[in-house]
Design a protein around this ligand. Structure first.
Ligand code: PLP
Length: 232
């Protein structure tokens, strides 16, 4: 892969400022929104640059690519989040090497992660991915499936249900962006009303993180705005 973008530390600082300004603008508690740096298809040196600038949580989409990076930073305190889709025959690798999986859309995947989570590690943190714009061919459970999926995963011993995640249909219109994020927030609140104890609303990326924060996101997943364009 190519050399890392030389501006990563500056970009990271700008993204953090953007998050803090959105917290103020939308009346959110200061420092209540965490940043996940999505480093898929970026070189190891890009992760190193962000890590040296203070970033600890990194998101990866592909298990094999992540494995290389995870072995490079094996003795670090980096927290690894899987934000790409997970097939049921790959759950063992994810259960062993990740701290979080944001993309659970079937009970079977959560069950396997729970069974395969090594005893020496704390339960793996999971978010349920919702296909909030109800696009065909898109990952995530439907809004109607969220409640039964939460019920099926909340008590698994090897996983800890933390919240919901969505990737809405892209839009450049802030009102439209907020409408999608509001749907996920409402589902999240419904689950809380049902008694599910969760603390994570994972939504918002480089182009729409401000709208996501306006609607209650507390984890934004940002790639391009930190690392620049990805290698393909
Ligand atoms: C790639 C990716 C991101 C980051 O997207 P950017 O537009 O580069 O910020 C966030 N979430 C998921 C699930 C992704 O796959």
């Amino acid at each position: 892969m190519n050399a890392p973008n030389p501006d990563i530390a500056t970009n990271l600082e700008r993204v953090i400022e953007r998050i803090r300004s959105a917290e103020v603008a939308y009346g959110r508690t200061p420092n209540s929104v965490s940043l996940l740096a999505v480093s898929k298809r970026q070189p190891v040196e890009a992760i190193r640059a962000a890590y040296q600038a203070g970033q600890l949580a990194f998101g990866e989409n592909y298990l094999q690519e992540a494995a290389e990076k995870q072995s490079t930073f094996a003795s670090s305190d980096i927290e690894w989040h899987l934000v790409g889709s997970l097939q049921s025959n790959k759950t063992r690798a994810a259960a062993t090497t990740f701290d979080w999986v944001h993309t659970i859309d079937r009970a079977k995947i959560a069950q396997r992660l729970s069974d395969q989570r090594p005893d020496a590690l704390p339960p793996i943190n999971i978010c349920l991915q919702v296909n909030i714009s109800e696009e065909t061919q898109k990952a995530g459970c439907s809004p109607e499936e969220v409640l039964p999926l939460a019920a099926a995963t909340a008590d698994l011993p090897g996983v800890r249900l933390r919240g919901l995640m969505a990737i809405p249909e892209p839009s450049t219109d802030c009102t439209e962006q907020r409408r999608s994020f509001a749907k996920l927030r409402k589902l999240y609140e419904q689950l809380q009303d049902e008694g599910f104890r969760m603390d994570t609303l994972s939504m918002g990326m480089s182009l729409d993180l401000d709208a996501a924060i306006a609607e209650g996101a507390n984890y934004v997943r940002v790639g391009t705005a930190i690392f620049g364009p990805r290698n393909n």
